[in-house]
Structures are given as structure tokens and as C-alpha cells.
Design a binder for this molecule. Structure first.
Ligand code: SIN
Ligand code: FE2
Length: 208
């Protein structure tokens, strides 16, 4: 019998169960506190105004937002309250430095909350000025089917199931590869009281 292991793009890393269940609970508590200050908002697509299936908030000096009028962008304030985003929790800053060799901290941490039926279409993260900086993400709560393709739209994609506590790094060639979330295995984790999956995505926006 012979089989071929999938070859992922250079620079992709999947650290399974990087965070223990106790650490995952601390991160969810940090998200809960952050959302008291910067409530989850409903992002909408540029031009059409169609709602995304996730709701969002952010930690850090910059947050990623999108709406019909302004499109995809980073800004230092919450789109509804106008307040600054809460600071990035130390656990997340420590993670960034543990899994990357980037010489400066991340500026933004997007909080995506996936509920029943939420998905994220295939896309490339390219709203940052420094596209050489890695992207680091943490999965919490229900498992998800992450899809990772190549640098061109329409190519083959690998399915990688992400569980609570997993960390994904998109660096090197993988940084500009298409990726998305095709399915949430809703109701499988009890970590999040209101259910679903939280994904925390740290990014550097500006070259240091
Ligand atoms: C994203 O790429 O925007 C989110 C990825 C994830 O939820 O795992
Ligand atoms: Fe992304």
C-alpha cells in the first residue's frame, strides 16, 4: 500500500492543542471581558452590504472592520461605540513571539465568532501594509474545517480540522494563500457558554 501525504505550502504550521483546556478558558474569559468594552458587531460586505455570517470584535491598537460604505480596513476605534479597542492580552502577545520570529508585536487581533452555520469564504489576507509579517490564529470552542489552497483562486484546497486550543501560522508562501472555513461542527464543545467557535487572528499591519 502506498499513499501520499498532503504537501502544505511552505510557511504553514498547525500546532495542535497548543493551549491546555485551562488556558483556553482564560482566553475565552479575556474575550468576554474584551467584548464588554468592545461589543461584537455585525460586519457587512463592501458595496453590497451583505452581512458576513460571523460577528466580530478586536483587541489591539488596530482592529479589522468592514461595512458597505467603507469596505475592508483597519481602524483604531470600534465602528459603533467609537472607543479604542481593548489591549491585546499578554497570552496572545506571548504566543506571537513563541511561534514567529517577527521582530515586532502584532497590531491587531480580530475576534471572529462563528455560530451555527457560520462559514468564511476562501480569501487571502491582504489588507496589511506588511504582507511579509506572519498571521497567527487561535481556535476556541467548536471544531472547524479549515481549507487551505494555493496562491491562486480556484486551485485544490486541503481540509484541516481545527480543534479548540489549536494554533495556525500562515507565514512565508502560505501567507498569501487562499484559505477559509467551510464548516463549523456546531455544539461539540462546551467551552463557549453561548455556543459556537471563536477564532482569534493576530496580524501586523505596518512595517515596524
Ligand atoms: C480567517 O482566515 O479570517 C479565519 C480563519 C479561521 O477562522 O480559522
Ligand atoms: Fe484569513
Amino acid at each position: 500500500m502506498s499513499f501520499t501525504l498532503p504537501t502544505y505550502p511552505q510557511g504553514f504550521a498547525h500546532h495542535t492543542l497548543h493551549f491546555t483546556p485551562a488556558e483556553q478558558a482564560s482566553l475565552i474569559e479575556a474575550v468576554r471581558l474584551g467584548a464588554n468594552q468592545a461589543p461584537f458587531f455585525q460586519p457587512t460586505m463592501p458595496r453590497t452590504g451583505a452581512p458576513l455570517s460571523v460577528v466580530m470584535s478586536n483587541f489591539g491598537p488596530l482592529g479589522w472592520v468592514t461595512d458597505k460604505e467603507g469596505g475592508y480596513r483597519y481602524q483604531s476605534t470600534h465602528p459603533i461605540t467609537g472607543a479604542d479597542w481593548p489591549a491585546l492580552p499578554k497570552m496572545l502577545l506571548d504566543l506571537w513571539h513563541a511561534v514567529t520570529d517577527y521582530p515586532a508585536p502584532p497590531e491587531a487581533c480580530l475576534i471572529n465568532w462563528y455560530r451555527e452555520g457560520s462559514k468564511m469564504g476562501l480569501h487571502v489576507d491582504n489588507d496589511e501594509n506588511d504582507l511579509g509579517a506572519p498571521v497567527v490564529s487561535v481556535s476556541l470552542g467548536d471544531p472547524a474545517m479549515f481549507r487551505l489552497g494555493g496562491p491562486k483562486r480556484g486551485g485544490v484546497t486541503h481540509g484541516i480540522k481545527l480543534f479548540s486550543g489549536d494554533v495556525v501560522v500562515l507565514a512565508g508562501d502560505a501567507r498569501l494563500c487562499y484559505h477559509g472555513v467551510s464548516k463549523i461542527f456546531y455544539g461539540q464543545s462546551a467551552l463557549i457558554t453561548k455556543g459556537g467557535r471563536i477564532n482569534l487572528t493576530m496580524r501586523r499591519v505596518n512595517t515596524p
